[in-house]
Design a binder for this molecule. Structure first.
Ligand SMILES: Nc1nc2c(ncn2[C@@H]2O[C@H](COP(=O)(O)OP(=O)(O)OP(=O)(O)O)[C@@H](O)[C@H]2O)c(=O)[nH]1
Ligand SMILES: [Mg+2]
Length: 622
């Protein structure tokens, strides 16, 4: 069964609700106040099985100019619009406003319905046809079917059903593989179930029992139950009207405009970079003008920042930044509408391009980067984001920044010539940056050899600091991996040809120092004593000691005590067989044969190494 969502649009009293009722038998005006006043105030919903294979969900919107904000919450996810124009009144202000909204939101297709045909003679109907044709010329509705109907007599309804089926057939199957998002349009409580929210699932799929996060509030909740177009379901797919029963939350804690999505996947943001179109009928839009921002089902106050221009002229399109008063979950590609503060009328809209909340240096021309990020070339987009990251960008961040599925990002990265570093979480780096970083690394090692010819090489941490202290450790590993120009041995990185230049005398002294500790086992001599006997002057002997410690042949466990690495290795081996045993200092002395002078520092060292843990006077072997 194919699910398609149709929205109504059009001026107040032009017969939208009556039309939905004539088609479905359902009165979408559910509020008492709506029935009393005879107008629609908030969104209404109805559905129809047009053919055995086609189910149409209808979102009926209010035409009153004061409720356009409610209309905006309803048309976001629709597949097609029925632009309703009363044949006896023709095009009116909200016909235009609703039409412009649908155009700016890039609703892909629609049907023009001339209602109340029973109240208009053929000439009047013809006039309405002409006026509508003029209104929609050059837009997505140019050439769309125009059907005259009467909801009172039923005239034209058959033809409308046929056109609906035809247009619905052209609606492509939605891709449900992406990350799910459900902008909430209603929140209520159902006896026996608790809190239920509804909305159109705009991407991905949701399943019963899964966890979801409410953006921007950050609450994580369990999906207790799902309904699709009014029927209980285990899964809901993109494009479907979905009701979600949520556990452990009161209706008052959620509002229209909140979005259900995957836990921790995205970030609500306050700065949005976009392409903004100002309607031809609007007044010029000033830099820093306050506006109402509508995206999905959310409405948020915002300020427009124009890049390098004092104002945007009517009918013009420009890149701009919107500063939202409250954070919102929006993603690149999302369409939005802006409305003025007073009078509250629609003045424009556009598409979100970047949510990176990037700061530009003074005088920076953002247009080229926004042209790439707003362009159709996904490979170029991913390559740009990766290049902008200080050390490239991880998969999780790319998903959060673009909303794209991992597979699509991987494919775009490959096409964009971006280097993918393998790992549990893939990481992407710019190829040129990577090569340059590797050259800098080799250069740093070469310089180090020049300055410290006695040392075998740089330690990994020294090397990282010399390139960029904030660089993640795994990136250094990636740079070293497969780098033929350097050799990494344990902690030490050196050039392939480098050997520490110790003179014969120094080499003998180095060996003497190492041997002194090696032979002592755990009962090590005082450092000063070893150095005096090394056979070279004190300062050089100390340097040789430091080299041995850097090379990890000797280990300094406190200010005074240095051990040979093999002695400590043996000591740890002793404990490996005694897991979970408890012991005190006397036992330790007995096992190792060391005196108290060594026992305490050695035990403290073992605690630090997490071989043992102190508990009062005792120790536990971990
Ligand atoms: N004669 C006649 N009257 C109609 C027809 N369709 C609607 N009406 C009447 O027009 C009035 C307004 O109809 P609605 O369907 O409530 O109009 P609407 O567009 O939903 O109005 P809002 O939701 O408030 O914008 C009602 O009194 C309807 O009975 C029609 O085809 N013929
Ligand atoms: Mg209505």
């Amino acid at each position: 069964m194919k699910h398609v969502i149709a929205g109504t649009a059009g001026h107040i009293d032009h017969g939208k609700t009556a039309l939905v009722k004539a088609l479905t038998g359902i009165d979408a005006d559910r509020l008492a106040e709506e029935k009393r006043r005879g107008i629609t105030i908030d969104l209404g919903f109805a559905h129809l099985e047009l053919t055995p294979e086609l189910r149409i969900g209808f979102v009926d919107v209010p035409g009153h100019e004061r409720f356009v904000k409610n209309m905006l919450a309803g048309v976001g996810g629709i597949d097609l619009v029925m632009l309703v124009v009363a044949a006896d009144e023709s095009v009116k202000p909200q016909t235009r406003e609703h039409y412009e909204i649908c155009r700016l939101l890039e609703i892909p297709r629609g049907i023009v319905v001339l209602t109340k045909s029973d109240l208009a003679d053929p000439e009047l109907i013809q006039l309405a046809r002409l006026e509508v044709a003029e209104l929609v010329a050059g837009s997505f509705l140019e050439g769309a079917p125009v059907v005259a109907v009467s909801s009172t007599t039923g005239a034209g309804l058959e033809e409308l059903r046929r056109e609906l089926a035809r247009v619905a057939a052209a609606v492509p199957e939605r891709d449900a593989t992406g990350h799910f998002r459900l902008p909430i349009d209603r929140v209520f409580s159902v006896k026996g179930f608790g809190t239920v929210v509804t909305g159109t699932l705009i991407s991905g799929a949701m399943a019963k029992e899964q966890e979801t996060e409410v953006y921007p509030k950050g609450r994580r909740l369990r999906v207790r139950g799902l309904q699709v177009h009014g029927v209980a379901a285990g899964r809901a797919l993109a494009g479907q009207r979905t009701a979600v029963n949520l556990a452990d939350i009161e209706p008052g804690e959620l509002t229209r405009g909140d979005v259900l999505s995957e836990p921790g996947r995205f970030r609500a943001v306050r700065h949005i970079e976009c392409r903004l179109e100002l309607l031809a009928e609007a007044k010029p839009l000033k830099h820093r003008a306050p506006v109402h921002f509508h995206a999905g089902t959310a409405e948020i106050e915002a300020e427009v920042r124009l890049f390098g221009a004092a104002r945007l002229q009517p009918g013009e399109t420009a890149y701009a930044r919107l500063i939202l008063r409250e954070p919102a979950l929006v993603l690149p590609g999302d369409r939005f509408i802006i409305r003025m503060f007073s009078p509250v009328v629609t003045i424009g809209g556009g598409v979100v391009i970047d949510i990176g909340e990037r700061r530009y240096p003074r005088g920076f021309d953002a247009a080229p980067r926004l042209a790439v990020l707003g362009g159709a070339d996904a490979a170029a987009r991913i390559a740009l984001l990766v290049r902008e990251g200080a050390f490239g960008m991880g998969m999780a961040e790319l998903v959060a920044r673009t909303g794209m599925a991992e597979s699509a990002i991987g494919k775009a990265a490959a096409e964009g010539g971006v280097l993918a570093l393998p790992g549990a979480a893939p990481w992407f780096v710019d190829r040129a940056w990577f090569e340059a970083a590797r050259e800098r690394l080799v250069e740093a090692v070469r310089r180090f050899h020049g300055e410290q010819p006695l040392l075998a090489g740089m330690t990994r941490s020294e090397l990282r600091t010399s390139i960029a202290p904030e660089m993640p450790a795994f990136l250094l590993e990636a740079l070293l991996e497969g780098a033929r120009a350097v050799v990494a041995e344990g902690e030490i990185v050196r050039l392939p040809g480098h050997a520490p230049v110790l003179g014969g005398e120094e080499e003998r002294a180095r060996q003497a120092i190492e041997r002194a500790f090696e032979q002592a086992g755990l009962a090590v001599p005082a450092v000063s004593e070893v150095l005096t006997k090394a056979g070279v002057e004190a300062a050089r002997a100390r340097t040789l000691l430091e080299i041995l410690i850097r090379e990890k042949r000797l280990v300094r466990i406190n200010q005074e005590l240095v051990f040979h690495q093999t002695a400590l290795e043996k000591l740890r081996g002793l404990f490996a067989q005694r897991r979970a045993a408890r012991f005190g200092v006397p036992e330790f002395k007995e096992w190792t044969g060391v005196s108290r002078k060594y026992a305490i520092p050695l035990l403290e060292y073992l605690d630090r190494m997490r071989v043992t843990r102190r508990e009062g006077n005792q120790r536990v072997i971990l």
